[in-house]
Design a protein around this ligand. Structure first.
Ligand SMILES: NC(=O)C1=CN([C@@H]2O[C@H](COP(=O)(O)OP(=O)(O)OC[C@H]3O[C@@H](n4cnc5c(N)ncnc54)[C@H](OP(=O)(O)O)[C@@H]3O)[C@@H](O)[C@H]2O)C=CC1
Ligand SMILES: N[C@@H](CC=O)C(=O)O
Length: 809
């Protein structure tokens, strides 16, 4: 025997009902079928509204009833050929009489409410049975004659001994091919209609399936089955092929409302499996819920979430070591029929937190404050704290038990994304790890966890980029070019969600089209750095990274705010790392404290692995004694190309055109850029150096540094003789000019030097940089990093590498 239950949406329209009929017909070719039906979608709500209107003697009840009747008559006319089989007159006349009675009395008891609510299933099942009987031998059976309950109206308890016997005898005696029964309803000993509570039709199917030996139960609904997460929140959520009853119950309890947990109790007891299937995709296998342990040892089966949670905390020194406090707390809540969803208490016994449905928060606070009135007045208990607008996110899986590292991964993933955890609960079954978080973080949290625990196609990384100049443009081009490769090879989906230059900022939650970022930016809002950060934070996207490709102080001023939100910062802008030592240290500390990387590899040597190499030396316990370096791509290029055949100014201009200089080339020529770089290397090797302590011996006449950039070039031209004499002096001595930075014994210096042919620096061509680290381990022979040290392409590539590093942490 098949027991097939179809929910309200499956019965929601004439076409849906026809689809269900076709399915039932197909099943009936193999075995006898019991069909259990919910009311047509929305009908139970309408009936309860009808009862409320009648109770309130609101004349609108008549219109509600007429609308209900019309909907059912229309469906009947479409689906049933034989009008003589029409029981609707009788049903609706009984319902009208009932409502008149309610309206006259102005009162509707739970018993009467059940009678009204029962009409939905009675009508849908009669309609379906009449429709089907024209094709297959079909019998409508009244569940009230087969399911015996107590008299707790609204949530009646089933008497299984009587019910099982009634069901078995009924189906043994009859040999019909298809039976159609209303779900949700039963009757007490006196034959009065009762209802089985929320999810009642699932329950009816489970009761019948458990009572009939060999029955196979399928719950047909409007979703593909149990999903790994709520598909409305996680686009990559997948149908779970198989799971255990315990897992299904945990997932259902925490929001995955495919199955009402108490409804499956009878099946669990009889160790009988149930399959969830989708009426609108009948070819799919759906989800099989097993009664026995599964061979498949998947650790996390699904992630569930419930929103609208309130957390109440009872706290105070008067609770410590005194038995009975929790008993009183839970008693006070239970007396107000407030359901407790999650409980936490630390071993200090100083606080008990309980999560409840937010709608009950006010009542809960009143109840608990009343219960502890005396203690609160005496001060042994603090006034109750109640936080609303929260959510619970839970990882569920039978095989988490004894598997170390799951909570670590969960909390790590949430923490890296700046998701604050308000409460934690894990039972000793280790089947569920629940966390209470802010309601605004639910989407981000579930997506982060889904990426962390399921083989998703890729991890999504959301970039907020500032700066679309020389380097920024190349970065965007590289990102666009590598998008597919990253997704296929590294399973990373890099999206630029926010983009800004000095004039405009643009955001696109789904990611900007990188082929037309210029148009998007032009259509964007006016740039305001603070607003940019606020907007980026407000989007609250997972795996967000802020990328600074500007040379602006104001943009560097945003880092703290991002790091404090656990949003990593990748910067080629050197201003922050070379600011005061205390700022540098603050940024490093924030990065550590909030688990958000602060990467600035390109601050020294552009795309060369200079800071990373130094970091590896330091973290493995090496000590730096001396650093010697040529750190300016611009100056190396200029002195390599200035041979007296062209003016010095022309060569500097060429370096700028090649994209090697800072936006303001005076920073390069005046030595500031190199001083910043050696300062950063000194700090990364453990020194607490300040910028002003660096000895900078300028080679430019002071007049070059006054006025605008145009003035600078004009002055360079005027000072040609000065540059010519520097060149000639070096040439005569058989040397080459290099702008050298050194750091030793806590002191740093930058300046132009004439290098003789025996020195490593002599053979440094083009725009190359070189860094020589003398350390404990690299003593006689330094560790050398050398290569292209400036240029948009290599710098963008270094930023790209930093982004990938943050994405893979
Ligand atoms: N060139 C190189 O080889 C290397 C460069 N770097 C660093 O890269 C950074 C960028 O250099 P580069 O691309 O050459 O400079 P550009 O001047 O070409 O670009 C700077 C970008 O920053 C934007 N910008 C300016 N102010 C703001 C603001 N308030 N908010 C948002 N965006 C702003 C500019 O906007 P707009 O377009 O509107 O002017 C422009 O898009 C510098 O910090 C430099 O030190 C680091 C290593 C190597
Ligand atoms: N202007 C810089 C570029 C990178 O920092 C240089 O010339 O080296």
């Amino acid at each position: 025997m098949y027991v097939l239950k179809f929910g309200g949406t499956s019965m929601g329209s004439v076409s849906a009902i026809r689809r269900v009929a076709a399915l039932v017909q197909e099943y009936s070719l193999r075995r006898r079928v019991v069909v259990v039906l919910s009311a047509m979608s929305g009908v139970t709500d309408d009936l309860l509204r009808l009862a409320r209107q009648a109770t309130a003697q609101d004349a609108a009840w008549d219109a509600t009833l007429r609308a209900l009747e019309e909907r059912h008559r229309e469906a009947w006319a479409e689906l049933v050929d034989d009008p003589a089989a029409l029981p609707l007159d009788a049903e609706f006349s009984a319902l009208r009489t009932l409502c008149q009675g309610i309206s006259l009395l102005g009162e509707c008891s739970p018993r009467t409410t059940d009678r009204v609510a029962a009409f939905g299933e009675l009508l849908s099942s009669r309609l379906f049975a009449a429709h089907l009987s024209s094709r297959i031998a079909t019998e409508w059976a009244d569940s009230r004659r087969l399911i015996r309950t107590d008299s707790q109206f609204g949530q009646a308890h089933v008497n299984f001994a009587v019910t099982d016997a009634l069901l078995q005898s009924y189906f043994e005696k009859s040999s019909m091919q298809v039976y159609v029964l209303p779900g949700f309803i039963g009757a007490n000993e006196a034959g009065e209609t009762t209802t089985l509570g929320r999810g009642g039709s699932d329950y009816t199917a489970a009761i019948i399936g458990a009572a009939l030996p060999g029955a196979e139960v399928e719950i047909w609904t409007d979703v593909p089955g149990m999903m790994t997460a709520d598909p409305r929140l996680v686009p990559g959520a997948r149908t779970i092929a198989a799971l255990s009853f315990q897992e299904a119950m945990e997932l259902s309890h925490f929001g995955a409302k495919v199955l009402y947990p108490p409804a499956v109790q009878p099946l669990m007891k009889k160790q009988r499996a149930v399959r969830i299937r989708n009426t609108f995709a009948p070819e799919a296998e759906g989800t099989l819920i097993h009664a026995q342990a599964l061979a498949d040892k998947t650790i996390i089966r699904g992630i569930s979430s419930i929103t609208g949670i309130a957390l109440i905390s009872l706290e105070g020194s008067g609770m410590v070591g005194i038995p009975g406090f929790s008993h009183r707390l839970f008693g006070a809540l239970a007396r107000r029929l407030i359901n407790v969803i999650l409980i936490t208490q630390a071993s200090s016994e100083h606080t008990i937190c309980v999560a409840i449905d937010g709608s009950a928060a006010d009542a809960a606070v009143r109840a608990v404050e009343e219960e502890f009135r005396v203690e609160i007045r005496e001060g042994s208990i603090e006034p109750l704290q109640c936080e609303t607008g929260l959510a619970i996110v839970a990882l569920v899986g039978d095989h988490m038990k004894n598997h170390t590292g799951i909570s670590g991964r969960k909390f790590g993933a949430l923490g890296r994304n700046g998701i604050n955890i308000r409460g934690i609960a894990q039972g000793s079954s280790e089947r569920n790890i629940s966390t209470v978080i802010g309601g605004a973080d639910v989407r981000k949290a579930i997506n982060v966890l889904h990426e962390a625990f399921f083989e998703t196609e890729y991890k999504q990384v959301n970039l907020f980029i500032a700066g679309t100049g020389n380097v920024g443009k190349r970065l965007l081009a590289q990102l666009a070019q590598q998008q597919q490769w990253l997704q296929q090879r590294l399973r990373l989906q890099l999206r630029v969600v926010g983009l800004a230059n000095s004039r405009r900022m643009a955001f696109a939650e789904g990611g900007l089209d990188l082929a037309r970022w210029e148009e998007s930016l032009a259509e964007g809002e006016l740039m305001d750095v603070r607003a940019y950060r606020e907007k980026a934070i407000a989007l609250n996207l997972r795996n967000a990274v802020f990328v600074d490709v500007t040379a602006q102080e104001a943009v560097a001023g945003l880092y703290e705010g991002f790091l404090e939100r656990s949003i990593p910062v990748v910067a080629c802008n050197k201003i922050a790392a070379s600011a005061s030592f205390s700022r540098y240290e603050t940024l490093k500390n924030l990065s550590r404290e909030y688990g958000a990387p602060f990467f600035f590899e390109t601050n020294v040597g552009a795309g060369l692995p200079v800071i990373g190499t130094l970091g590896d030396l330091m973290s493995s316990g090496d000590q730096v004694h001396r650093i010697e370096a040529v750190l300016s791509g611009t100056l190396n290029y200029v002195f390599n190309h200035y041979d007296g055949s062209r003016p010095f100014a022309a060569v500097v201009r060429e370096a700028q055109e090649q994209g090697y200089t800072e936006p303001d080339p005076r920073l390069d020529l005046g030595g500031t850029d190199v001083a910043r770089k050696i300062l950063i290397l000194a700090r990364e090797s453990g020194a607490t150096l300040e910028f002003d302590a660096i000895r900078n011996t300028p080679f430019l006449p002071a007049s070059c540094m006054q006025g605008s950039i145009d003035d600078f070039y004009r002055e360079l031209e005027k000072q040609e003789a000065h540059f010519r004499s520097l060149l000639e002096e070096a040439r005569t001595a058989g040397k080459r000019l290099k702008y050298v930075a050194t750091f030793e014994d806590g002191k740093a210096a930058v300046g132009l030097q004439a290098i003789d042919p025996q020195h490593d620096f002599y053979h440094l061509y083009g725009k190359d940089n070189v860094v020589r680290f003398f350390t404990n381990r690299y003593n006689g022979q330094p560790l050398v990093v050398k290569g292209a040290g400036a240029g948009a392409e290599v710098t963008a590539s270094g930023i790209f590498a930093d982004i990938i590093k943050t994405a893979r942490t």
